[in-house]
Write a protein that binds this ligand. Structure first.
Ligand code: ADP
Ligand SMILES: O=P(O)(O)O[C@H]1O[C@H](CO)[C@@H](O[C@H]2O[C@H](CO)[C@@H](O)[C@H](O)[C@H]2O)[C@H](O)[C@H]1O
Length: 489
């Protein structure tokens, strides 16, 4: 059971709470930027390093409470995991990751910093995984029948991320899940299931770190701390590739989407095939079940509840509330279908083009959903719809940079962006149908409901994270509501 305080009864992170409160909003993975933080408490704390090891390594879970409990995620307290490095004089290259200072048992002061910034700590974690070691409440587990490369220190991944990853010599990548949630993380669960299914569509799993989280009753519950997988070197993500293609098209005023050098349709087709293969493998590994009327009502109720939250937060949604609800009701109107485990938050940035094909990454599901909701079987059309949304995003997000003024959009540019989106959405569906054996476009009501639900989610997501982007899903919402599925953008 993780210690919640030091042996003398004091909170070992007590003196650091103010420093943590100042540090957290500066972290990319902290999703609650802009929310009013009411307080912080230590939920669990344990020492991971052996007594003679330098630097000291600690694992902690903190709970951050918010003044605005009516947040879009609806929670007033969120739990996060920390790996801390502790040393009196840490090397200069971790200075940027310093959180604060804390008195030590010798009467001196230690520097406490984000441990993943320290290559010595990431190297220690990698070797503990290969040894199947246990340290305090943490269990380091090598994936059976695989061998993690023993390489030097990890280097932190710099970039947009909801968690924190370190890369080991272009051979392996370890992701520390920042949100602390009891239960098996679906990213680990589905990578494990797909890997054991022999999937070529995901990067092979190499290991994991599991820990414990004190539950409501005080009893410890298992929790996924981190996941180690093969690093796909020489890969490019689908979002960057798609943006380059749209840029080429917008720059070539006289050419059609199929005539410009950077046409993406061939890749969109391959991505469609890859996503369908993942769905078939997930079905084979974890089963499918028929979606009866009750199940459909539950999914629909969830969508309608999200619509209410979005309508309360965003005027552009409130104005269209009834029309949106009518489309979402397509879920119960559509008749029987099948559900299974799916990705749950698919987009072009979750797909990596390697020299041999596409890989799908990050099976955590939508970050704002509870674990129970993220692992609930759902229609594969949710993933298909999310990809269709992503092609729209890629097509329209650069338009602002090309348009003379947002109030005076250039209809020619809009037409060209629309042409790119249509071409790639179709290519994706063609590829999907080829492998899945069923064409998603043959279920138009359900597909439209899932697409609109995703757009509603995106309006909320962008309002909170990237307000400058909110017009992208708002425009798509108007298009999806237009009578023939086409309209004002
Ligand atoms: N197996 C992998 N090989 C190469 N790069 C990867 C791999 N997994 C993730 N990445 C890179 O790390 C980034 C973040 O990974 P992701 O799983 O999406 O993290 P998060 O859940 O924190 O958003 C990705 O956008 C990609 O650039
Ligand atoms: O990658 P995450 O699992 O953190 O997913 C969240 O962030 C995504 C943005 O990074 C967000 O995706 C939205 O923006 C994408 C372009 O940046 C676009 O391709 C997607 O279609 C759009 O939904 C995702 O919704 C969110 O959950």
């Amino acid at each position: 059971m993780p210690a919640t305080s030091s042996p003398d009864g004091t909170d070992p992170l007590g003196g650091l709470h103010d420093a943590l409160l100042a540090w957290l909003p500066t972290q990319r993975w902290f999703p609650a930027k802009g929310r009013e933080v009411a307080g912080l408490r230590t939920v669990s704390h344990s020492v991971v390093s052996a007594p003679d090891e330098t630097p000291g390594v600690e694992h902690a879970v903190i709970a951050v409470s918010f003044a605005d409990a009516a947040d879009t995620a609806g929670s007033s307290e969120e739990r996060y995991q920390l790996v801390l490095g502790v040393q009196q004089s840490p090397p200069a290259d971790v200075e940027y990751a310093v959180i604060g200072r804390r008195r030590n048992e010798q009467g001196g002061e230690d520097v406490v910093y984000d441990g993943l910034a320290d290559g010595r700590i990431s190297r220690l974690f990698l070797s503990l995984i290969t040894e199947n070691a246990t340290r305090g409440p943490l269990r380091f587990i090598a994936e059976p029948d695989t061998e993690a490369p023993i390489v030097g220190p990890g280097r932190p991944l710099i970039g947009e991320q909801s968690n924190s990853s370190v890369i080991y010599g272009e051979r392996a990548i370890m992701k520390l899940f920042r949100r602390a949630t009891a239960g098996l993380n679906p990213d680990l669960e589905l990578h494990r299931a797909l890997g054991r299914q022999g999937s070529h569509e995901v990067a092979p799993l190499l290991g994991a770190i599991e820990g414990e989280l004190p539950g409501e009753s005080g009893a410890a519950e298992p929790m996924t701390v981190a996941m180690l997988q093969t690093y796909a070197s020489n890969s490019a993500d689908g979002w960057s590739m798609a943006l380059a293609s749209v840029r080429d098209l917008l720059a070539e005023a006289d050419l059609r989407a199929d005539e410009v050098g950077g046409d993406f349709a061939g890749e969109a087709h391959r991505i469609g095939k890859t996503v369908a293969a993942v769905h078939l493998e997930l079905a084979a590994a974890l089963g499918t079940q028929p979606l009866d009327a009750r199940g459909a009502e539950e999914i629909e109720a969830w969508m309608l509840e999200r619509l209410e939250r979005a309508a309360t937060a965003v005027e552009g949604v409130a104005e269209q509330r009834e029309a949106i609800a009518a489309v979402l009701r397509g879920v119960t109107a559509a008749g029987p279908s099948t559900v299974q485990r799916i990705h749950g938050d698919l987009h072009l940035g979750q797909e990596l083009r390697t020299p041999t094909g596409w890989l799908v990454i990050d099976f955590e599901g939508e970050p704002s959903k509870s674990l129970a909701d993220r692992i609930r079987p759902d229609s594969p059309l949710r993933d298909v719809a999310a990809m269709l949304r992503s092609f729209d995003y890629a097509a329209f997000h650069q338009l602002g940079e090309w348009e003379q003024s947002a109030d005076d959009p250039d209809p020619q540019l809009e037409r060209r962006a629309q042409e790119w989106a249509d071409r790639n959405r179709s290519a994706f569906c063609d590829g999907y149908a080829e492998v899945a054996g069923t064409d998603p476009r043959e279920s138009p009501e359900l597909l439209r409901a899932y697409e609109l639900d995703k757009a509603v989610y995106e309006v909320l997501y962008e309002t909170r994270n990237r307000p400058g982007w909110v017009s992208i899903p708002l425009r798509s919402m108007r298009r999806l509501l237009a009578p023939a599925g086409r309209g004002e953008r």
